[in-house]
Design a protein around this ligand. Structure first.
Ligand code: ZN
Length: 262
């Protein structure tokens, strides 16, 4: 059980992965309704140990580099030598929340772009894949639940609905998976290895039903998490799931994630 306003009881903590509804012609399925990009990114790394690879990319919409005098090094994303990456990481460190890691190829800044396929009803839909909610739905969710969610206004325009305001959720923290729970397709080497120089790991692919989460990695604060080892698998606490259901948020399904003591 979790208490909505009190201290969370970690020993019984439940996490739910967000799954996109995929029925064809589902009016709630807005996964391709938004096209956008972000203004800045950390570059990829030319690591002396690892092949240059472009894996799944993480985004921190909450990071705003507009106050940085020289933003040029964060505009292309082109790979740089490790030493240069470390220099650039130090430059952006004050702009990135302390609990979020500074990793190669992380995209920074609010989503900027356009809504390409206006759906019939934005009112309560959760745009999975871009993690966007209509501002009114986000505000209602926060007010009803009392939860402190990190919402970043997206800079997206919609020709058919100029009043449209969307908010993107920023993960509160990254949680760790249990490598032993992964099948051989995910970890052909049989164990998780992380490059000490660039942070690249040897996970080949991930599917949501392979994921178990280390209980010790779930922070006491926060309700919206991404996966540390492989970005893009967003999870919510039980209390956020309940709050989303009560607020009538649609467009997603919730799948309970195994949480283990390792
Ligand atoms: Zn490396």
């Amino acid at each position: 059980m979790s208490s909505r306003h009190g201290i969370r009881q970690l020993e019984a903590m439940k996490l739910y992965m967000l799954h996109q509804k995929t029925q064809t012609r589902d009016p709630d399925d807005l996964s391709e309704a938004v096209q956008g990009s972000r203004k800045w990114s950390l570059p990829n790394i030319k690591c002396p140990r690892c092949p240059l690879t472009a894996g799944p990319l993480r985004s921190y919409p909450i990071v705003d580099l507009s106050g940085l005098a020289d933003r040029k090094p964060f505009e292309s994303g082109w790979p740089v030598p490790l030493e240069r990456f470390r220099e650039l990481a130090e430059i952006v460190r004050p702009y990135i929340p302390a609990h979020l890691p500074i990793e190669r190829s992380t995209h920074l800044g609010p989503l900027t772009g356009k809504v390409t396929r206006p759906p019939e009803d934005y009112a309560t839909s959760f745009l999975f894949g871009t993690d966007l909610l209509r501002e009114e739905a986000f505000v209602r969710l926060c007010e009803r639940s009392g939860l402190r969610l990190q919402g970043v206004p997206a800079k997206v325009r919609c020709r058919k609905d100029p009043e449209l305001r969307l908010v993107e959720l920023q993960a509160d923290a990254l949680v760790n998976l249990v490598p032993e729970a992964l099948p051989p397709q995910a970890l052909p080497d049989g164990e998780l290895r992380v490059c000490p120089l660039c942070g690249l790991n040897n996970i080949k692919e991930i599917q949501s039903d392979w994921i178990a989460i280390k209980r010790s990695s779930i922070p006491a604060q926060g309700d919206y998490f991404d996966l540390k080892e492989y970005p893009g698998f967003f999870m919510v606490t039980e209390r956020l799931k309940e709050a989303m259901e009560e607020a009538g948020i649609r467009g997603v399904l919730f799948g309970e994630v195994l949480v283990t003591d390792e």
